[in-house]
Write a protein that binds this ligand. Sequence first.
Ligand code: ZN
Length: 299
Amino acid sequence: MKRLYGGIEAGGTKFVCMVATGPDDVVEEKRFPTASPEETIQQTNSFFAPYARRGELAALGIASFGPVDLNPASPTYGYITTTPKTDWNNVDLQGGVSRALELPVVLDTDVNAAALGEHYWTAENNLLDPFVYITVGTGIGVGVLANGRPVHGLVHIEAGHFAIPHDRQKDPFPGSCPYHGDCLEGLGSGTAIHRRWGKNAEALPDSHPAWELESEYIALALINLIYAYSPQRIVLGGGVSQHAGLHEIVRRKVQQGLNGYIQSPMLLKAIDEYIVPPSLGNRSGVLGAIAMAIDLVKS
Ligand code: ZN
């Protein structure tokens, strides 16, 4: 009877809710704008309630914006903690869903979930380890899998806030990160692009200097990720990364930046298969949440 799984991608602007057993068997999917925590959690629970009532859901996974508390021993496990989206500070997202639906619920960061989604549901990724997912959209986030599991630690990986070289002659923009100014997210996110150029990334033509700068910042991030984790594949997703031709420029700049130091045929000859767009499109996060739910009841 309990054969279905719930997945939630909890984003700063929208929530995506899904009932499924996998990418090819989606029973229902709904998205709605993120409002107050009370209203949004209520809407989420109403979506899943009929399935829970009928005893059809085995478990539920949440891929959440953050920062979040991922330590199961902590009294605030499953809480969104210190997000710049202040009305969501200190919100018990995991508990608010699991108590209402009376289901086992597992929560991770949106990017760890997206990494897991790409790894779990795409056959050619299954054996690649470590495995990295980076999203470049409104913000920048990085999820890392090692031994097939998302890497946690003190909290979780925050490589979106990498400190990267900032040439103020070339790019006088001071950066948009409220914590660090010109960190990676402060220089390379969609928010930074909008503030620097006065336009959204989608409105900037191919010939605009924004893209040269943007691909440079993304390449610096990928180079650091390659040095730090030695991943066997990097999935580069998110709205900004979808700009036509961006992946090609980033790959070239990564090769230039590494300068032959890492001796791997993947970097030297097969970089097109090494830095890739998401195979699940914009559903990596929510399908990763489904994979997390499956894992939760399997273990
Ligand atoms: Zn930052």
